[in-house]
Design a protein around this ligand. Structure first.
Ligand SMILES: C[S@@+](CC[C@H](N)C(=O)[O-])C[C@H]1O[C@@H](n2cnc3c(N)ncnc32)[C@H](O)[C@@H]1O
Length: 280
């Protein structure tokens, strides 16, 4: 059963990390004229109202995008991301938050292809309406873990895969690894970006190590910790992104971005980041 709805979490600190890094990755792809395909295996609804009951229930965006929104001292790498969120809110008030498909639509060029998969029927309906007739974009109500292999390799042999499951049950961690074990050999040049939650579960702690084994040509791992887990050890302390075949410029960009985000998003004095990579 799919209980997870991203609308409760839209624009939180984890979305900030994920979408800031996704923006950097897609900007790098755009440096070459040649078309690429972006596959978003777990696309969500496309965009979210921050005024709606879901986002207001927990107000997670207040500790995320709302902290960056008014700042005028954003470093370049963060400013690009925040300006896209501003573009999504043309009246100048933070009322909507773009999901990964909306960032993709703002960043992809006419020659690029966007392939979106979302399994929740309600979120899929919203996503499908959001994508509409956009050139080059297709949304399917299908299991992204299964659908990915049919998308690889892309015809242009340039591509990015965003893997952003809800990790509702323990099974998603294993499914991410199994999917990439099959996908990477099919399309070894592709860039694969996996988001994961920093929670006290063995599967989450082990995931980056398991992904390293699938990335013979190089990887990058960035983690942002902003919150103290509760007394039982529960709660989302932070999140990470693990990238197989990252853009070669990304590590240097994150060396500036991550410490700045720690300062901007910290909810306790132990907030920190991790940045590691293996370049071949
Ligand atoms: C974390 S949210 C995605 C957020 C989105 N990528 C973004 O950045 O805006 C995860 C989504 O995956 C969907 N989902 C869960 N299992 C799925 C599956 N096997 N295939 C495709 N979508 C799935 C959930 O309904 C949820 O909308």
């Amino acid at each position: 059963m799919l209980a997870y709805r991203h609308a409760f979490h839209a624009g939180n600190h984890a979305d900030v990390l994920k979408h800031a890094v996704l923006t950097l990755v897609l900007r790098h792809m755009n440096l070459k004229e040649k078309a690429y395909r972006l596959v978003d295996t777990h696309a969500g609804a496309g965009g979210y109202s921050l005024e709606g009951a879901y986002a207001q229930k927990k107000g997670e965006y207040e500790q995320g995008i709302a902290r960056l929104w008014p700042r005028e001292d954003l470093p370049e790498a963060v400013a690009d991301y925040v300006n896209l969120v501003r573009r999504f809110n043309p009246d100048g008030q933070l009322k909507q938050y773009p999901g990964s498909p909306a960032f993709a639509q703002m960043l992809l060029r006419p020659q690029d292809q966007l392939r979106l998969f979302e399994l929740h029927p309600t979120d899929f309906r919203i996503l499908n309406a959001f994508v509409g007739e956009s050139t080059g974009a297709e949304a399917k109500c299908a299991d992204g873990f299964v659908a990915l292999k049919g998308q690889l390799p892309p015809p242009s042999r340039r591509g990015v895969v965003l893997v952003d499951p809800s990790y509702e049950g323990h099974a998603d961690y294993g499914k991410v690894v199994a999917m990439l074990r099959e996908a990477v050999p099919r399309f070894a040049e592709g860039t694969y970006m996996v988001w994961y939650p920093q929670v006290q579960k063995l599967e989450a702690v082990r995931l980056p190590k398991r992904l390293q084994a699938l990335a013979p040509k190089g990887w990058l791992h960035a983690r942002l910790t902003v919150q103290r887990p509760d007394s039982q050890g529960f709660g989302l302390a932070g999140s990470g992104v693990f990238i197989i075949n990252p853009p070669f410029t990304l590590h240097a960009q994150l060396q500036t971005l991550l410490p700045w985000l720690v300062g901007a998003l910290a909810q306790y004095e132990g907030a920190n980041f991790l940045l590691e990579q293996h370049a071949v």
